[in-house]
Design a protein. Structure first.
Length: 374
């Protein structure tokens, strides 16, 4: 019968273990003492890839990762809603943290605590998740200008990596098509082909988020003179008025005067749709016209007309075509030539030879038509 083995003294056990398995004593990153077998590779705890901030559109899935070296690593992701002042543990305990970006977590910070089997631990850098701040800060404005003018539309936006795509619509924004313009400005020449066209810009950031600008239009000005002033012939001392009517946005008026039958012009002080004066020797034969301007700077000149003292001492023509401020011009006097086809209110018009003075009614009865020059 075999005899039982005797128990070896504890000191002898340690001595034998140290003989065959020598140990190495080291101090961990947190200051704790760590023993490892001598000759074995001791992998030190180290974070070699930090999590990066993420900016994306609302509802996008986002993932943060950390990469570390060490033995038997464990992970604990922490969250902060006060920009890193205080932290709380999340349920994520792997090398990756995933979530869906929303208004609830936009601006949230996170970090990862990585620990090894020796109890050493390191904290990663803090990173944040954020809904993109892409926004249009300057909208394109509608343009009304003259046919043939160069017009430009611009959009302003802020956020990283912005791209632009201008779109056009010929049905007041019901349908849209891409143009070739891919910068912050769209330029073209206004014409009847694009008159009334709408446009907008789609602004996209590097995360794929996009916003549309307001729609704007390009339009040829609708400025038009609808009622021209007319010549006035009246007796000396009569109050005479000239009127003009026009359509267009933000119209202003400026009456101009000429004492050389329209060769040169000077501004008067009259700035309304009507010009009034007292007929006298000073202004007898004076020409006038009105410059009509809209709010876009487009302008039109009325036809030139004159004021004249009647040689018969009677009042004559009206101050606006289609209306009567004094009386009909049918009783006024005009000048004709025996071989001509026009009647003239100015005796010297067209350098007439031997002009004949007749009434307007008589000139018309003979088949004469009014001269467009005078």
């Amino acid at each position: 019968m075999n005899k039982p083995l005797k128990t070896l003294p504890l000191a002898l056990v340690f001595a034998l273990f140290a003989m065959f398995f020598p140990l190495c004593r080291t101090t961990g990153a947190t200051g704790n003492t760590v023993y490892a077998a001598a000759g074995a590779a001791n992998v030190s705890l180290k974070i070699i890839a930090q999590p990066s901030p993420v900016t994306a559109k609302d509802g996008a899935p986002v993932t943060f990762t950390v990469k570390a070296s060490g033995e038997k690593l464990t992970y604990q992701w922490q969250l902060s809603d006060d920009q890193g002042k205080t932290w709380r543990n999340s349920k994520a305990t792997t090398a990756a943290y995933s979530t869906t970006l929303s208004t609830a977590n936009s601006g949230r910070y996170l970090r990862c605590i990585v620990s090894d089997k020796y109890g050493n631990s390191l904290k990663s850098n803090a990173a944040y998740m954020k809904i993109t701040s892409l926004a249009i800060t300057g909208q394109p404005q509608s343009v009304t200008a003259k046919n043939g003018d160069s017009v430009t539309f611009t959009v302003k936006a802020k956020d990283p990596g912005i791209t632009y795509q201008w779109q056009l619509s010929d049905d007041q924004g019901k349908t849209w098509r891409n143009s070739k313009a891919t910068t912050a400005a769209y330029s073209t020449t206004l014409s009847t082909a694009n008159n009334g066209r709408y446009l907008r810009c789609i602004v996209t950031d590097k995360y794929g988020n996009s916003v549309k600008s307001d729609a704007a239009y390009m339009k040829i000005t609708s400025l038009a003179i609808t009622g021209q002033p007319a010549n006035v012939t009246a007796k000396k001392g009569a109050s005479v008025s000239f009127k003009i009517t026009a359509n267009g946005p933000g119209i202003t008026y400026r009456w101009q005067l000429s004492d050389d039958q329209g060769k040169s012009w000077r501004d008067s002080s009259a700035k309304s749709a009507q010009y009034s004066a007292t007929l006298s020797d000073t202004n007898n034969g004076r020409y006038l016209r009105c410059v009509v301007t809209d709010k876009y700077g487009n302008s039109l000149h009325s036809k030139a007309v004159y004021m004249k003292i009647s040689s018969s001492g009677q009042n004559g023509s009206s101050g606006q075509q289609g209306g009567s401020t004094i009386q009909s011009d049918a009783d006024g006097t005009v000048w004709i030539t025996q071989n001509g086809s026009k009647y003239h209110t100015d005796k010297n018009c067209s350098r007439m030879k031997n002009p004949i003075k007749v009434t307007v009614a008589h000139a018309k009865s003979l088949g004469y038509t009014p001269c467009k020059k005078c």
